[in-house]
Design a protein around this ligand. Structure first.
Ligand code: ATP
Ligand code: MG
Length: 350
């Protein structure tokens, strides 16, 4: 039976990297005789233009019936008018919430052939290999918002149950790795963070006694990610802190254009690169497609297609090692910049 994949290309570079990813999925499907049924639906700004809403009912219904959902990126300056009542991001937030994908897994790898292009010294990057486990359907991104002429509010809210389930995801992952969890919060200031810390401590103590748990304040974690990135194994954190820290962490691997993510809950999984729609380079054909293709590899693994997942990851590694690098990864003006198409072709060939 065909595996049903819903693709949501979205806005900006979203359609460009999604197109690359679909080409890779088709190739890997042929190679491993897997039948994919790939259907595209609108989300975000493009959906607002077509139908006035960032998450049309048909899109949501198709996602709920799919085996997996792949998303490019959404948003852009043309929809950022503060007066607008509908915004592209609302579509993605609603999709995550409707699919119940409460855990966002963001692995951070350092690619050996790119170490020289990192702003960090090579010795700091030795042994860097960690995963950010970000809570995705709670916190300040989902609280009530109010706006008056002279003030605005954003509510941040977490329940015990929400913290428990994401803590378990991080602990289960750590058990497969080096059994170390760094829980990140701002417990010296925020009440939600104090709850977070209490609950995480209890889950580890009662259910995962073998895990070595530490707590870090988000500001000091932001510093340590640069100073001593090899320290981390699994970083467990709430929605907004996870968003910010994983963009920061992407610098370690060389570019936002390299980092993949999987959003998992009780049902269908949602897979997307961590980067946004990159409006500054949209339409130029120079976006790095590797993060998107690596997100598809995470999707294949989650679908229990391990051989196909590994083949895709190895092909991306090969393309990088062979020096097929898009503009975001080239360090000097004299280096040849690959286009999105050329990078995709390099993966397909590998
Ligand atoms: P979001 O709010 O959706 O997370 P963002 O504000 O973090 O978006 P991005 O759209 O991810 O911003 O872009 C941040 C910077 O990284 C931009 O300069 C963009 O061009 C660059 N960038 C992001 N993704 C890629 C990519 N795949 N290839 C090349 N450059 C990228
Ligand atoms: Mg971002």
């Amino acid at each position: 039976m065909a595996i049903k994949i819903v693709c949501l290309p979205g806005d900006g570079i979203g359609p460009e990297v999604t197109q690359s990813t679909i080409a890779v999925l088709k190739a890997v499907g042929e190679k491993f005789r897997i039948e994919f049924d790939i259907a595209e639906y609108p989300i975000g700004g493009i959906a607002i233009e077509q139908s006035g809403t960032p998450l049309p009912d048909q899109t949501l219904a198709a996602c709920k019936e799919a085996d997996a959902v792949f998303l490019g990126a959404i948003g852009g300056p043309q929809w950022e008018n503060p007066e607008a009542s509908v915004r592209p991001e609302q579509g993605l937030l609603k999709l995550r919430s409707e699919l119940g994908v409460f855990s966002n897994i963001r692995p951070l790898k350092v690619f050996p052939s790119l170490i020289s292009s990192s702003p960090l010294k090579p010795e700091r990057l030795a042994g860097v290999d960690f995963v950010v486990v970000r809570e995705l359907t709670g916190g300040i991104y989902f609280g009530e918002r109010t706006r008056q002429d002279d003030y605005a509010t954003d509510e941040c809210r977490y329940s015990v149950g929400e913290v428990e389930r994401i803590a378990r995801v991080a602990c289960e992952m750590a058990m497969q790795r080096n059994k170390r969890v760094t829980s990140v919060d701002k417990a010296n200031v925020l009440e939600t963070s104090r709850l977070w810390r209490e609950v995480v401590t209890r889950v580890v103590k009662n259910e995962f006694p073998e895990i070595n748990l530490e707590h870090q304040l988000v500001d000091s974690c932001a510093m340590k990610l640069i100073q001593q990135p090899a320290h981390f194994d699994v970083i467990l954190t709430e929605n907004m802190f996870g968003d910010i820290l994983s963009d920061e962490a992407s610098v370690l691997s060389g570019s936002m254009g390299l980092l993949a993510s999987a959003s998992i809950g009780d049902g269908v999984g949602l897979f997307e690169p961590i980067h946004g729609s990159a409006p500054d380079i949209a339409g130029l054909g120079i976006a790095n497609p590797y993060a998107s293709i690596l997100s598809a590899a995470m999707m294949l693994r989650w679908l229990n297609l391990e051989l196909a997942a590994k083949a895709v990851e190895d092909a991306v590694l090969d393309a990088i090692d062979n020096g097929t690098l898009t503009r975001d990864l080239t360090i000097s003006n004299s280096m040849r910049e690959a286009s999105t198409k050329e990078a995709t072709q390099a993966v397909l060939e590998a």
